[in-house]
Design a protein around this ligand. Structure first.
Ligand code: PHE
Length: 449
């Protein structure tokens, strides 16, 4: 059977950007920027995204397009001895998709609450904690979120993934800009804007670089086979270099805008940015309070905000599920529908422990980490850096960068070719090693980012 493809470069770019733009851009980026002195963090982040992030992303997309296979088959085709790396990379989305769907379920619940007109209740102190501790309700919303994802992936690459990304991504940009502009008109917002943009160089530290590195890695959906899978659906006639640049700017642009959307209103309503620092509760506790203080308009802005977050989470979950489904199709020659149904059941079952970890199974925690935190730690802090490190070693020294460069220059020039060679062989592996060591130390509680 011939492999499906995206119909155009723009279709590919929007789908890949859909994967990259997710919860990481909307809540994690703003809080890291707030913590690390605003403008300084932004400069470091952009510099890393354009060099290090670019290197890893173009490598994965080129591997996918060259082999025309999802992650396990792709590494096997390039070098049978390195099949294990494909398997390792495939484990990452299998771990992430269930717990990502749990958070997706929370977002779906909030969106439904705002749409039904009950949004103001979400500002109640106990609304969030009561909700996640309930054994059934979060699971119900998680199942709804997973089912929506399932229908999109089951519809196929062109009719499902590409079509949905083409609709949702432009709406996402408009919503982000709209909510940001509204926030700017609030009296006092300019202090928040200044706080966000004006660099405070005294905050420059190794931790800042580490924070920016880790964030970029996750935000660009690297080291989990997603970009290899999406690359395998890219046409040979599309310009790869241009596509990667568009995706990296899309992802970085939305992250920077998200900071501008969230920090000024929080500044206005709470007088400090401490609340930005609050992790998941920023989105589910602080933001509803901010919307509450906006009065009637808050209801509309809240609804739009949760629509935006839902779309961002959905397109990311779609890419995760597509990656797993694609492995099943390539490996076992299953039909798409059969692969989707198997993966659907698998995700539904695996999502249960992550969800219950906030309620009746909250006893199952290690080092203060809930079940969801543990999955997050195993995938983001351990497996992903290992996969990225091995990919750099494989491409830099075994396969050779020329193979990737050959694929990129099939159609169009590779403007950052020299930089690419230096990064893939020397700089990127060192930076990844740096992330791996520090995140493991952090997970063990020995170090604090
Ligand atoms: N890139 C997404 C974000 O920024 C996160 C993500 C991770 C998406 C893994 C898919 C898979 O939130």
């Amino acid at each position: 059977m011939e492999r499906s493809t995206f119909s155009s470069r723009i279709g590919f770019v929007l789908a890949a950007a859909g994967s990259a733009v997710g919860l990481g851009n909307i809540w994690r980026f703003p809080y890291l920027a707030a913590r690390y002195g605003g403008g300084v963090f932004l400069i470091v982040y952009v510099a890393l995204a354009l060099t290090f992030g670019f290197t890893l992303m173009i490598t994965e997309i080129a591997i996918g397009r060259k082999t025309g296979l999802s992650v396990v088959g792709a590494f096997r085709k390039l070098n049978a001895k390195w099949t294990f790396l494909g398997v390792l990379a495939a484990i990452v989305p299998i771990i992430i998709v269930p717990y990502y769907s749990v958070i997706g379920g929370w977002v779906t619940k909030y969106f439904a609450t705002y749409v039904s007109g009950a949004g103001m209740n979400a500002a109640d102190d106990l609304f969030f904690t009561d909700f996640i501790a309930n054994p059934y309700s979060p699971l119900f919303w998680t199942a709804i979120f997973i089912l929506i994802t399932f229908f999109v992936v089951a519809a196929g690459v062109k009719k499902g993934v590409e079509r949905v990304s083409k609709i949702l991504m432009p709406i996402l940009i408009i919503l982000t800009i709209g909510i940001t502009v509204y926030g700017m008109t609030l009296p006092g917002a300019s202090d928040g804007v200044a706080y966000y943009f004006i660099p405070d160089f005294s905050k420059f530290s190794p931790q800042l670089i580490l924070g920016a590195l880790g964030q970029m890695f996750y935000s660009m959906s690297l080291a989990m086979g997603i970009m290899i899978t999406y690359g395998s659906y890219m046409k040979k006639s599309d310009n790869l270099d241009k596509a990667v640049k568009q995706i990296e700017w899309f992802d970085t642009g939305i992250a920077i805008l998200a900071g501008l959307m969230i920090i000024p209103p929080i500044f206005v309503f709470s007088g400090t940015t401490d609340a930005v620092n609050a992790g998941p509760s920023l989105m589910f506790i602080t933001m509803p309070k901010v919307f509450h203080s906006m009065g009637n308009t808050g209801h509309i802005i809240g609804t739009l905000f949760f629509a935006l977050v839902l779309f961002a989470a959905l397109t990311s979950a779609i890419s995760l599920m597509e990656t797993v489904v694609s492995i099943f199709i390539d490996k076992f020659k299953f039909s798409r529908i059969k692969a989707c149904i198997i993966v659907l059941i698998m995700i539904l079952v695996l999502a249960v422990p992550s969800s219950l970890g906030f309620g009746i199974w909250s006893g199952a925690s290690i080092n203060g980490m809930t079940i969801l935190d543990m999955c997050d730690f195993a995938s983001n802090s351990v497996l992903m850096p290992i996969v990225a490190l091995l990919t750099c070693i494989f491409v830099g020294y075994i396969l050779k960068p020329e193979v990737i460069i050959g694929e990129v220059t099939l159609n169009g020039v590779f403007k950052r070719e020299k930089m690419y060679k230096v990064f893939i062989k020397y700089v990127a592996p060192i930076l990844v090693l740096f992330i791996l060591i520090s995140s493991v130390l952090e997970g063990l509680g020995l170090f604090n980012i």
